[in-house]
Design a protein around this ligand. Sequence first.
Ligand code: IPT
Length: 944
Amino acid sequence: MRAYERLTHICENRMKQRAYYIPENEGAYTLLNGLWNFKYYNCDYNENIENKEWDVITVPSCWQILGYESPNYTNFCYPYPVDPPYVPDVNPMGVYMREFEILDVFQKHYIVFEGVSSCLELYINGNYVGYTQGSHLQAEFDISDFVVVGKNIVKAKVRKWCSGSYIEDQDMFRFNGIFRDVYILSRPEGHIKDIDITTENNVINIKFEGSADVSLLDNGIELERKYAENECSFLVEKPIKWNAEKPYLYTLRFKYKEEVITQKIGFVEYKIGKDYEFIVNGVEVKLKGVNHHDTHPNNGWCMTDDELKKDLLLMKKLNINTIRTSHYPPTPKFLNMCDEMGFYVMLETDLEIHGFCFSYPGENGYDVIDNPEWICNNPDWKDSFIDRIERAYNRDKNHTSIFSWSTGNESGHGTNHLEMISFIRETDKKRFVHCEDASRMAVSENRFDFYEHSDFNSRMYLPIDDMLAIAENQDIKQPYFMCEYSHAMGNGPGDVCDYWKLIYKHKKLIGGCIWEWADHTVIVDGVPKYGGDFKDELTNDANFCCDGLVFADRSFKAGSYEAKKAYQFMDCTLDGDCIIVKNLYDFTNLNEYKFKYVIENDGKEVFSKEMILDVEPKKSISLKISLPKSTSLGTYVNCYLYDKTGYEVAMVQNEIPVKKTVQQEILLNADVSEDEHIIKISYDNDEYVISKHSGMIESIKKNKKEQLKYPCALTVWRAPTDNDINIKNKWGWYNCWESENFNRLFTKVYDITIEEKSIKVKGSLAGVSRRPFLHFEIEYILTNKGLKTKLYANVRENCIWLPRLGFEFKLPYENDKFSYFGMGDMENYCDLRGFAKMGYYESDADKEYVNYIMPQEHGNHTDTKLLNIKNSLSFFGNFEFNVSHYTADMLAEARHIDELKKSDFTNIRIDYKVSGVGSNSCGPVLPEKYRLAEKKICFNFYIK
Ligand code: IPT
């Protein structure tokens, strides 16, 4: 057995974890980021056999990104056999080496590694110093006895795997190397050790080992200073409280000899109320969260401070107030930013053993349920588990933003977890402990006692109905928290707003965290790649890592705006001729923002007013508005809230019930003629040709000019989204889209007749090898509003719900610019349109394209009344539409964006309905109300 496999050897000479701080006095901090010498060995035992030259690389980095190995993405299947604590004999190793200077040998010197995967053997000047594992946790070594004044050499041997790898089975690319900051701290002899700060009412209590001058500062002004040994406290008169909306921090400064250490602290009190509501400083707060992994489009797990800060700024833009640090502690600097910028943080430690689920192909298939044999129940692993929570707690205990600790993710619930939970409960009386597995297994294993092991009833991806049942179940006496929900993969998530309607109704539903913040990708030659794209991936989970609420480059998609809308802090409803504006902030008066409402009639602004509304948190105000008398397309009132920079933080649209004038339909006295193949309808210089073989329009001439490039088709297919994965294709191959072969469609015309001036077609749609799933009757008739196309469809009783249903028109490529009155301006679907609003918009096919990592259905617009293709056709009615240079087949075939080639036409879909997108790639099935499951359909629209 090798040392790094021994469970009694999870560290050697590593210092006891202390609170995170970096002394500020000059010379105290020497950052060792930058160029290091590096040797990579395919296997650690080759170190003494191979004669290698040093390479030079940049630290922090991941060696897969630098090309030493290829990246590998695996969700929970371990990338090696499950034989704990042993890891493969062929265990790659990176040896890092560089020089550093020590100026004063009379001081104490420490080296700190903020993140090394998977383990580290440390040498200074050729002497072994110590060992550590725990990739996302801090490791500090006292190197005072190893250094000399002047030049020194640090060498770090980093192995790809160690016993600790078994408890780091998170769903992510598996990277290795020194991936966070490394630095030397030079401190005076006798310096203080650790700092533990808590607040109690208006008192700050401080504990530390040693002595120091401690001062309390508010806004740069010293309020009080005292000399203290081991502990002290400060009384603050009427302290300004901290909350995520107004994150107010006080500063504590510790001075010992020349050393100066600063810690920031806020007054905050997290509580659970009698109705199981979540309470911050006495105020009920909903947790509007997201799960955050460290992921960079080019640099793997390495993110700079600026990039982390940008993530937080973008979260603020999306009204996010809560972060779960899935599934490991971030760099402590990220937590400083959360304190400063205001987020409620669930700090999860570096622990996941999910791969045990699929580790044992027993008689009844894989062992997919938590099993007593898992290492979470094995006492040999106790220290490894405890180490993870103790180090996370001790490093991060002074962060005001942390409201709860989390014992890890997807790890079963065993005796080792109980030890972790006891540690937190004994050590931190002011915060909560979260353990999703305990809540899940309380139900799945009928272990109701497990509920008590977590302060939240935390579940993942439950359907809304189950959530409602929990809210109403009085036997569950805990707040309900969704540590993961709304799986944001690809086009989606389509359910966020529904969750939030329910959350606002029940105090017990305290909110949750969308899975997850950003897509994980590795960009190669400009193309985002994912699992399976790299050589030597023995197991991979394809693009399941591309499930971000924002793209890898942090640009927003429709799903991002949907979350922004669900999380926004203002609601507006209409009550007669009044708008009721509700302030959903917990601590902020609406008067800190600018309010504006705009009345739009037929897509044109008819009235607008800006004002400052004085509305206390959680209170409402009523505004009287004047209503237009009539409209043809619709009248809407749009309410906006802007921050000081002019950024729109909230938007609500309400339709004003104004009488709609309808243009009367008059039948035109058109010429209708036929031959063996076609029926032609002509009037003036316009002509519509219907094929007798397909029953479809195959030519439209306006002023004698042909408008169609190819004939029209009635179709139901869409390029499956990531969230369609389970309906597209099912194991066993039944009751899914591909079992009906919707993508290999035949249109059959049974009969086509001319009756008076109208043409009637009877026929069916069927997938290859299948019975027809839809029988239709289409009627074409020319009116003053254009060619009226009426579709009656009967869908086979036992047919699965349809992806969509509508007509596809193929126009010349250049006819790709358009304007519309409908839901915009971004793509939207029946369950992903909270952020969209009815209006008059202009766009073109290229603008409609959305660069999903795996190409898929996109660009839909619901609730459209009018679509004008520039220099070509117009469509009127009530439909959904899509304009694209790609067909569903092209999108479905491509696995990466570079595989997409544009067609030579502009494809226009005029759809009766398009099913919602949901979040079923990991979340619940699409709710019935969002499926196109109707059996009798009647749809009509006009083409002009
Ligand atoms: C859940 C995991 O906790 C998370 O890490 C991620 O893998 C997510 O799934 C899917 O993207 S666990 C799942 C079994 C519900």
